[in-house]
Design a protein around this ligand. Structure first.
Ligand code: TXA
Ligand code: MG
Length: 337
C-alpha cells in the first residue's frame, strides 16, 4: 500500500486571538452588529451569524472557506419558531421535533422567503434545528433572529468539540467564542426530511436511526455520495485530518507500518495499544461505549493529527447505533479528495 501524501492547507494551529468566555450579552451584541461568534452546542461548536442578514451569512462562508453551494443550518430557540421561517410542517417531522428538540436533529422544511437564498444555497428547503445547550438556548432567546451556523472549522477539516479547537483555527478571524465546555454528543446532528410520504435521513449523526424509527416507523437512508444534489454538503472527503488517515484492521496495519519503519499514530475503539507512545495513541472508549466514542472522536482525531507521526491508523466501530454515524465520519476522513 502506498502512503498518501498529507493534505495541503494551512497549519493546524493558527494564532489564537478570539476572546473566550460565557458572556451571552457580549455574544448577542456582536451578532446584532452582523459579526460572527462561535457557539457551543451539544453536537459540535458552530460558527454563528444572523441568518436573516445576507452579509453576515456571506461572512460565514468566507471565514470557513466554504463553497457557497453547501447550505447552512438555522438554529432556533424552540419549536414555536418554526412557522416564522417555514411554509409547512409535515406531521412526521413535527412528531420528531416534539420528541427530540432540543437535540441533535435537523429538519429540512420548505422555507419562507424571509430566509436569504445564501443560507439554503438557493434550495427550496431550509435546515432547522433547536440545539440542546443552555448557553446557546439563552442566547437565542435574547435575539429576534435565528442563527445560521455551520460547524466552526475550516471547510473539510475535523469539526471542533471544544472552544480551544475553535480558537486554534478560526480564533484570529472572529471576535468572540462562547465557551460551553466540551460538546456532549460530539457528532453533528442527524439531518431528516421528507420526499412524498417517506421520511429520509440525509446525514447520519448524533440522533440514532432507531430513535427516529421509534417515532415515525421505517426510514430511508439516502446515498450520501458527493453527486447527491439534495445534500450538497455531504462531500466524500470531509472531517479529514491533514495527515494521511488509514482505516482497516489494526492487527494487520500496525505490524505492517512497524516493518516499514513509518512513524504512525493509532485511533482505536476500545483497546489501549500499550506498545505505542501515549501521544501517538487515542482510545475512544475503553468501556466499549459508542456514546463515549462519539463524544471523543473529533478530539482524538485532532490530537493524533497534531502528533509527530506521519500517518494515522484507525479502525471501524460496530455498525450499530451511533457506530454507523461514527463509521461514516471515519470513512470520510480516510477518503481521498
Ligand atoms: O450538529 C450540527 O448540525 C452542527 C451544529 C453547529 O448545529 N452544524 C453542522 O453544520 O454540522 P454544517 O454546516 O457543518 O453541516 C450542515 C449540512 C450541510 O453540509 C448540508 O449537507 C446540510 O446540512 N444541509 C443544510 N441545508 C440543507 C438543505 N437545504 N438541503 C439539504 N441539505 C442541507
Ligand atoms: Mg461541518
Amino acid at each position: 500500500m502506498d502512503i498518501p501524501k498529507p493534505k495541503p492547507g494551512s497549519t493546524i494551529s493558527a494564532s489564537k486571538m478570539a476572546e473566550t468566555g460565557q458572556d451571552i450579552r457580549m455574544a448577542a451584541n456582536f451578532l446584532k452588529e452582523g459579526k460572527l461568534v462561535a457557539i457551543p452546542t451539544e453536537t459540535v461548536y458552530g460558527l454563528a451569524g444572523n441568518a436573516l442578514n445576507p452579509a453576515a451569512v456571506a461572512a460565514i462562508f468566507e471565514t470557513k472557506n466554504r463553497p457557497s453551494f453547501d447550505p447552512l443550518i438555522i438554529h432556533i430557540s424552540g419549536i414555536g419558531q418554526v412557522e416564522k421561517y417555514t411554509e409547512d410542517f409535515p406531521k412526521p417531522l413535527q412528531k420528531l421535533a416534539e420528541k427530540f428538540w432540543p437535540g441533535p436533529l435537523t429538519l429540512l422544511l420548505t422555507r419562507k422567503n424571509i430566509i436569504p437564498d445564501l443560507v439554503t444555497s438557493g434550495l427550496d428547503r431550509v435546515a432547522v434545528r433547536v440545539p440542546d445547550h443552555e448557553l446557546i438556548l439563552e442566547l437565542l432567546a435574547s435575539l429576534d433572529f435565528p442563527l445560521a451556523a455551520p460547524s466552526a472549522n475550516p471547510f473539510g477539516y475535523i469539526s471542533p468539540t471544544t472552544a480551544g479547537h475553535v480558537d486554534a483555527q478560526l480564533g484570529k478571524n472572529i471576535p468572540y467564542i462562547l465557551d460551553g465546555g466540551p460538546c456532549k454528543v460530539g457528532l453533528e446532528s442527524t439531518i431528516v426530511g421528507m420526499e412524498g410520504e417517506e421520511v429520509i435521513i440525509y446525514r447520519l449523526g448524533g440522533l440514532e436511526i432507531a430513535e427516529i424509527e421509534s417515532v415515525v416507523g421505517k426510514v430511508k437512508i439516502k446515498d450520501q455520495s458527493s453527486s447527491n444534489p439534495q445534500a450538497p454538503g455531504l462531500l466524500e472527503s470531509h472531517y479529514a485530518p491533514r495527515k494521511p488517515f488509514i482505516l482497516g484492521n489494526l492487527d494487520v496495519l500496525i505490524p505492517d507500518f512497524q516493518s516499514r519503519k513509518v512513524d504512525f499514530a493509532v485511533l482505536s475503539f476500545n483497546r489501549v495499544i500499550q506498545e505505542i507512545p501515549v501521544e501517538r495513541r487515542f482510545c475512544l472508549s475503553t468501556k466499549f461505549d459508542l456514546k463515549e466514542a462519539a463524544a471523543n472522536l473529533f478530539a482524538g482525531m485532532r490530537q493524533l493529527d497534531e502528533s509527530d507521526a506521519e500517518v494515522i491508523l484507525a479502525e471501524l466501530m460496530p455498525e450499530s447505533g451511533l457506530g454507523r454515524a461514527i463509521n461514516d465520519r471515519l470513512k470520510r476522513a480516510a477518503a481521498k479528495d
